[in-house]
Design a protein around this ligand. Structure first.
Ligand code: NAD
Length: 361
């Protein structure tokens, strides 16, 4: 069959990771070109943000949406949420090509999926865009507080990262106190700032780096953190490295320099190559908290909004990241496998178990 379909077949690409459904949305009048990918709905409706990006080709957009939607399946599963994995991309320049009509037309495509896919904000889309989408469909989350949403997820995300970090400390040092520990936070944006706040409240020593000098000075003064030059963050004598800016900062080059014992941060896809660096981190005796678990506070926030939970309940659910991180670290140690792999196996087991239950009624 694959020979007939050809190398670039969408069906073959979907089959690689067993994606359920991919929807191509086109509207000439508004210029909308979007792809919605639904990876797996075993645990619930597929949830994932809409990214608007100037992809170089249709193939690149498809590759991204398939990869990201699969990631959402694992993130929801490991976090214990009743959600499946999905994601959407709109091809275009988010600064020039957006309009109310385009977003509303896109909302209509989501509505036609009858709740199989729920969208939210992502790179290149904003709460305002979610408002437009909401005019056409109920299946959207991450809307402003004024419209009944739970607002900015960053404080919840930061709290989850903090919980994951404490679980790593317990596993590594026998005690989850971060008092006196030396932590380097790379990127002090929305999440980074809230993480610094928690760490300083617990009397950790905090180094910070960012490309935005003004922001650095502001955060340093507000929380009593020490500024370091961006490039020197990997040379510091620290206990914990918390990447909160970019992905792929845990790579062969940085691992040669890094002197920490724990890596726990908010950035997505911190390991440059999971297959290589997951094991390399382990061999260096560093505990790596899987990013897709400990930064799941944002997803928990959106899930809470959909279920009508309060902000307090979202925080309580996020606290649970501590237990799940501990379980993953234990499994990783017992089975001598990288932590991300332990997380994947727990997520897959949950999906298999629930799939079996569903088959029985
Ligand atoms: P943000 O844009 O508010 O902050 C990012 C910060 O990193 C900015 O201050 C920016 O100046 C800085 N930065 C950019 N490039 C840098 C570099 N090369 N070196 C050092 N600093 C640099 O973003 P955020 O919402 O705080 O998110 C931080 C990370 O966490 C992102 O990778 C994001 O994808 C991920 N994340 C965020 C959430 C959330 O709820 N906001 C949820 C899950 C994951």
């Amino acid at each position: 069959m694959s020979d007939i379909l050809g190398e670039n077949s969408v069906f073959n690409k979907m089959a690689e990771n067993d994606h359920q459904k991919v929807v191509f949305c086109q509207d000439k009048a508004t210029g909308l070109k979007a792809i919605i990918a639904i990876h797996d709905t075993t645990l619930g409706p597929a949830l994932g943000g809409t990214r608007m990006w100037q992809y170089k080709s249709e193939a690149e957009a498809l590759h991204d949406v398939l990869r990201l939607s699969r990631g959402m399946t694992y993130k929801a599963a490991i976090t214990g949420l009743n959600l499946g994995g999905g994601k959407a991309v709109i091809i275009g320049d988010s600064k020039k090509d957006k309009s109310e009509a385009l977003m509303r037309k896109y909302g209509k495509f989501i509505e036609n999926l009858n709740g199989e896919y729920i969208t939210a904000e992502d790179v290149g889309t904003s709460p305002k865009d979610m408002e437009y989408i909401k005019m056409e469909t109920r299946h959207v989350a991450g809307i402003p507080e004024s419209l009944g949403g739970l607002g900015d997820p960053s404080p919840v995300t930061a709290f989850g990262v903090y919980m994951g970090m404490k679980a790593c400390a317990k596993h590594m040092y026998g005690n989850d106190s971060l008092a006196g520990k030396v932590v380097a936070v790379q990127g002090v944006g929305h999440v980074g700032e809230n993480l610094v706040k928690h760490l300083r409240e617990e009397n950790a020593k905090v180094y910070i780096s960012d490309i935005n000098e003004e922001r650095l000075a502001y955060i340093a003064k507000k929380y009593g953190a020490e500024v370091v030059a961006n490039n020197s963050i990997y040379d510091l004598n620290i206990d914990i490295y918390a990447p909160c800016a970019l992905g792929a900062t845990v790579n062969t080059e940085t691992l040669e320099k890094l002197k920490c014992t724990i890596i726990a941060g908010a950035a997505n896809n911190q390991l440059a190559d999971e297959n290589i660096h997951g094991r390399m981190v382990m061999d260096k005796g560093i505990l790596y908290a899987p990013d897709f678990l400990i930064n799941a506070g944002g997803l928990i926030n959106v899930y809470s909004e959909l279920n009508g939970y309060t902000a307090k309940r979202a925080m309580e659910k996020t606290e649970h990241i501590y237990e799940v991180t501990s379980e993953i670290l234990k499994k990783s140690k017992e089975e001598n496998i990288p932590t991300y792999e332990a997380a994947n196996r727990i997520a897959e087991k949950r999906m298999d178990d629930i799939r079996r239950i569903k088959a029985s009624y």
